[in-house]
Design a protein around this ligand. Structure first.
Ligand code: UGA
Length: 430
C-alpha cells in the first residue's frame, strides 16, 4: 500500500514520519509550496522533539517524499490520509473547510479506487459528509471507501505516542476497508477497536473532553484546597491511586490550553446542542478553565497588591513543555492581564516566541531564565519546562528584587524554595 498524507501540519508530518518508521512508503501532500520545500530539505515548521532527525533519516532512505501537486499526489497513492486542520469557528463549531477542500481534491483527481482514512478530528457524522464531497467532485463514479481513524498523539511526545499508541480506533461500515487500515498498524502492539465511523469520531471528542474534565475538576477542587489550606497534589495522589480514577491529568494549575482541548470541548458541546442534548457538565469544564488564569491572578494580586510598576518574570509561555505552540496558552491571557494592570513583564521560554502583539504592548522576551528574573518583584511559572525546576534558585534569589514565586503549574519544589527563603505560592498548595 502506498500512503499519502494530506496536510503536513503537526498531525500530518508526525503521521508521515511514524508510518515511514513502521516500514511503509509514505508521501506528504500540501498545497503550500514553501512548506513542502522546507520539508524536502528536512526542516519542520514547528518544534517537536526527535521529529526532525527522524524526518531526515527517512528522506535520506527515500521512504518519505513530498508533493505539492494534488493530481500526481492523489493518483500515485492508494491510501489517502486526511490530516488537515479543523480549527474552531467563532460559534465553537469545527471549521471543515480544509476537510471539504481535500475531499473535493480527492474526488476530482482520482483515477482508480481509493481508501480514504480520516485522522483529522472531525465532529460525529462528518465521515458521511466526506463521502458526499468526494462523490460530488468525481467526474465519473469510481469506488472509494472512507474510514475514520482518529489520532491520540500529544504535542511534545508526538513520536512516542504515534509509534506506541494505547489503542487504535477504526470506524468503518465496510469490513474489508477496516481490515486494510488494520493491516497498516500490524506491527503495533495495542488493542484495536473496530466500530462505526460515527462512534470512532465521538471516541476522539469524548477522550479529549474527559481529560479536560479531569483537569477542570482538579482545578476547581484546588480552589477549595487553597481555602482549606490543604494540598491539591496530595488530594490528587490520594484519589489517583484508585485505578478507577487513575493518577494522570489531575495536576492543578492555570488551566489547559493547546489546539485540542479548548477546541474539542467546544465543538462537542456545539454538536450536542444541534442534537438537542446539551452537555451541561462540559459547559462547566470550559467555564472553570476559562476562569482559572483569573483565579491565579487574583491570588497574585492579594499578595502583591497594586501591580502597577511591579516587575514580573514569566517563566514559560507555551501551552505545555516540549512545544513552541502558543495556541490557547493560559500564559498569554495572564501576560495580557498583567500588562493591563500596569505591570512590567519579562518573559523566558526555551523555544516559544512571545507574540508581537504582547511585545508591542511592552512585554520583553529574554534569552535566559536569569535574564527574565533579574530585578523581578516576583517569578510566575506558566509552563513546567524542566529547566525551571532544575534551576539554581539560591542564585536566582540573589538576582531578584523580592523572593516571591507564583508556581502556576505546581512544578517547583515548594518545600525547597520555602527553605531557601522564597515566599512560594502554588495552585492548591499548602
Ligand atoms: C491532547 C490529548 O492529550 C491527546 O491525546 C490528543 O491526541 C491531542 O490533544 C489532540 O487532540 O490532538 P495535547 O493538546 O498535545 O494533547 O496536550 P496534553 O498533554 O493533553 O495537555 C493539554 C493541556 O492540559 C496542557 O495545557 C497541559 O498543561 C494541561 N494539563 C495536562 C493540565 O493542566 N493538567 C494535567 O494534569 C495535564
Amino acid at each position: 500500500m502506498k500512503i499519502l498524507i494530506m496536510g503536513t501540519g503537526y498531525l500530518g508530518t508526525t503521521t508521515a514520519v511514524a508510518f515511514a518508521e513502521l516500514g511503509w512508503m509514505v508521501s506528504g501532500f500540501d498545497p503550500d509550496t514553501d512548506k513542502i520545500e522546507a520539508l524536502r530539505q528536512g526542516r519542520l515548521p514547528f518544534y517537536e522533539p526527535g521529529l526532525e532527525e527522524l524526518l531526515r533519516k527517512h528522506l535520506q532512505s527515500e521512504s518519505i517524499t513530498f508533493y505539492s501537486d494534488p493530481r500526481t499526489a492523489v493518483q500515485d497513492h492508494d491510501v489517502l490520509f486526511l490530516c488537515v486542520g479543523t480549527p474552531p469557528k467563532a460559534d465553537g463549531s469545527a471549521d471543515l473547510q480544509f476537510i471539504q477542500a481535500a475531499s473535493e481534491q480527492i474526488g476530482s483527481c482520482m483515477n482508480e479506487p481509493k481508501l480514504v482514512v480520516v485522522k483529522s478530528t472531525v465532529p460525529p457524522g462528518t465521515q458521511a459528509k466526506i463521502a458526499r464531497w468526494i462523490a460530488n467532485a468525481q467526474r465519473a463514479p469510481i469506488r472509494f471507501d472512507v474510514v475514520s481513524n482518529p489520532e491520540f498523539l500529544r504535542e511534545g511526545t508526538a513520536l512516542q505516542d504515534s509509534l506506541h499508541p494505547d489503542r487504535i480506533i477504526i470506524g468503518s461500515d465496510d469490513e474489508e476497508a477496516a481490515d486494510r487500515v488494520r493491516r497498516l498498524y500490524e506491527r503495533m502492539d495495542c488493542p484495536i477497536v473496530l466500530t462505526t465511523p460515527t462512534t470512532a469520531e465521538l471516541i476522539k471528542y469524548a477522550a479529549n473532553s474527559f481529560l479536560a474534565t479531569k483537569i477542570s475538576f482538579m482545578n476547581e477542587l484546588a480552589r477549595l484546597c487553597d481555602a482549606l489550606d490543604v494540598s491539591a497534589a496530595d488530594v490528587a495522589r490520594g484519589i489517583g491511586l484508585d485505578p478507577r480514577i487513575g493518577a494522570s491529568f489531575l495536576r492543578a494549575g492555570i488551566g489547559y490550553g493547546g489546539s485540542c482541548f479548548p477546541k474539542d470541548v467546544n465543538a462537542l458541546m456545539f454538536t450536542a446542542e444541534q442534537y438537542g442534548v446539551p452537555l451541561s457538565l462540559l459547559r462547566q469544564v470550559e467555564q472553570i478553565n476559562r476562569s482559572q488564569p483569573a483565579y491565579f491572578l487574583n491570588r497574585m494580586k492579594s499578595r502583591l497588591g497594586n501591580m502597577r510598576g511591579r516587575r514580573i518574570a514569566v517563566l514559560g509561555i507555551a501551552f505545555k513543555p516540549g512545544t513552541d505552540d502558543l495556541r490557547e496558552a493560559p500564559a498569554l491571557a495572564i501576560i495580557d492581564a498583567l500588562l493591563e494592570r500596569g505591570a512590567s513583564v519579562r518573559v523566558h521560554d526555551p523555544v516559544a516566541r512571545l507574540p508581537v502583539g504582547l511585545e508591542a504592548r511592552g512585554a520583553v522576551q529574554r534569552e535566559s531564565p536569569e535574564g527574565a528574573l533579574g530585578g523581578a518583584d516576583a517569578a510566575l511559572l506558566c509552563t513546567e519546562w524542566p529547566v525551571y525546576a532544575s534551576a539554581d534558585w539560591l542564585r536566582i534569589k540573589g538576582l531578584m528584587r523580592e523572593a516571591i514565586v507564583f508556581d502556576g503549574r505546581n512544578a517547583l519544589d515548594a518545600r525547597r524554595l520555602k527553605a531557601l527563603g522564597f515566599d512560594y505560592h502554588g495552585v492548591g498548595v499548602r
